[in-house]
Design a protein around this ligand. Structure first.
Ligand code: UD1
Ligand code: CA
Length: 447
């Protein structure tokens, strides 16, 4: 049986206080409305999204799902919104209708409502902790909106979730006949729900969390985080917990991967190795047997088997850390390769550089890659030793096996196996320290 779904996404969402369309706020790397459209497509539904505000943005953001769109000219209520989609609907057969701002709704719940549909109108309802604002399910009547309830009806806690299955023929017959409600002249979809409607009242309130402000957005994010993490756990991924780890839906994890507390993975990360607590990775590949230790930040980097990065390292775009290489604390690597077994263990900046296999980069080494105008390259040969606090002024090449003495500022190439030291001779005056201290004390005494 072919299934069509209408997603209502024409609302403005002023309470988000955001320049972004409400339904485009991201949840784990996917726009809010993408979660709903994705769930409906999972059921095989042909999805029509009703748009108005931010129409171009919503169309562009939903391109990966390629749904159909219908434009609601001037949003005049939920009945008007579905009427705007009529041209995109079949002549008859079941049509799912749902809001675009309830991203926690699962395919399983929608499937359950579709299974309960016997033609006509079927409504998903739940018992609300606080029914204020919802339409109430009134037996023998249908749905009565909050503002239209009698005092007695207001006590009813079983409410309309906003998820329906309605026959296309019913929509075609009844939507054009809807009468506007004062004071705003709105057309209400709920007027199609009469005493004969099928009501399935045992849905879970949490799945219908409507995102109207950023508090609810954060709440939804927390729920989705747990859901996504739980699913990865079932795939053999080791996760320190379900709540603090955040994995975008675009991320790929492989069995053997381990994620510490507070790890954030976004974009096209592809992880088979171990990621320590509080690391933030974007578009980064970590191979099996590689380790990124605590509090490291990586973007568009690749870490190969046996390599260790961090704790507190920063890999910027184009960092390639090959097998067995080490990048230690407070080391920044940008657009550079560390070949196998190369080590930069502490406090260094490696930019636009190629570091040969097993080379050792001492603490405080800086590749001076920028002359204020151009970016220049540094090449360090295999097995070279760069002493601590050296400045390698690029463009520069240090040959294989060369040794650079600590504290050198080098502006010229160093051949393989050479030793280069750039250092002013130290002036050492025996016995002078005490004389200097007495001099300072005397000065202080005069003040
Ligand atoms: C609606 C129901 C109410 C139900 C509640 C569940 C009606 C009249 N009432 O009320 O019974 O308990 O949902 O959350 O339907 N939209 C459009 N175009 C419009 C108006 C709304 O696309 O012209 C979209 C909104 O962006 C939103 C959805 O429809 O995604 C629901 O609209 P909203 O105004 O939030 O309806 P409620 O007042 O919550
Ligand atoms: Ca010097």
């Amino acid at each position: 049986m072919s299934l069509t779904a209408v997603v209502l996404a024409a609302g403005l969402g002023t309470r988000m206080r955001s320049p972004l369309a409400k339904v485009l706020h991201p949840l784990l790397g996917r726009p809010m409305v993408g979660w709903i459209v994705g769930a409906l497509q999972e059921l095989g539904a042909d999805v029509v999204v009703v748009v108005h505000h931010h129409e171009a943005d919503v169309r562009a953001a939903l391109a990966p799902w390629n749904p159909r769109f219908a434009r609601q000219e001037a949003p005049r209520g939920t009945g008007d919104a579905v009427a705007a989609a009529l041209a995109e609907l079949p002549q008859s057969g079941p049509v799912i209708v749902t809001a675009g701002d309830t991203p926690l709704l699962t395919a399983a719940s929608v499937r359950r409502l579709v299974a309960a549909h016997r033609g006509g109108v079927t409504v998903a309802a739940f018992e609300a902790r606080d029914p204020t604002g919802y339409g109430r399910m009134v037996p023998g009547v249908g749905i009565v909106e909050d503002g239209a309830c009698t005092a007695e009806q207001r006590q009813i806690r079983v409410v309309n979730s906003g998820l329906y299955v309605m026959d296309a023929a019913v929509l075609r017959r009844e939507l054009p006949a809807l009468q506007p409600h004062a004071p705003k002249g709105e057309l209400w979809l709920t007027d199609l729900v009469g005493p004969d409607a099928t009501v399935v009242a045992d849905f879970v309130e949490a799945e219908f969390l409507g995102i109207n402000d950023r508090g609810a957005l954060a709440e939804a994010r927390g729920v989705l985080r747990r859901r996504v993490n739980r699913a990865w756990g079932a795939e053999g991924i080791d996760l320190a917990d379900l709540d603090t780890i955040s994995v975008d839906v675009s991320v790929k994890l492989h069995p053997g991967a381990a994620l510490g507390t507070g790890v954030v993975l976004t974009g096209n990360c592809d992880i088979a190795g171990e990621i320590g607590p509080h690391c933030v990775l974007h578009d980064t590949v970590v191979h099996a047997g590689a380790k990124v230790a605590a509090a490291s930040i990586c973007e568009r980097a690749e870490v190969f088997p046996g390599a260790v990065v961090g704790p507190m390292a920063r890999l910027r775009p184009g960092a390639r850390i090959e097998g067995g290489a080490h990048v230690g604390n407070f080391v920044e690597v940008k657009n550079s390769v560390l070949h196998e077994g190369a080590k930069a263990n502490h406090l260094a900046y490696i930019g636009d550089a190629e570091i040969g296999a097993k080379a050792n980069i001492g603490a405080g080494t800086i590749t001076c890659n920028y002359d204020g105008i151009r970016k220049n390259r540094t090449t360090v040969g295999a097995g070279a030793f760069i002493g601590s606090n050296s400045a390698l002024v690029a463009p520069i090449t240090i040959g294989d096996g060369a040794i650079v003495g600590a504290g050198s500022t080098l502006t010229q190439d160093v051949p393989g196996d050479a030793i280069a030291v750039e250092r002013a001779p130290a002036k050492v005056s025996p016995g002078s320290a005490d004389r200097l201290r007495r001099h300072y004390r005397a000065l202080a005494g005069r003040e």
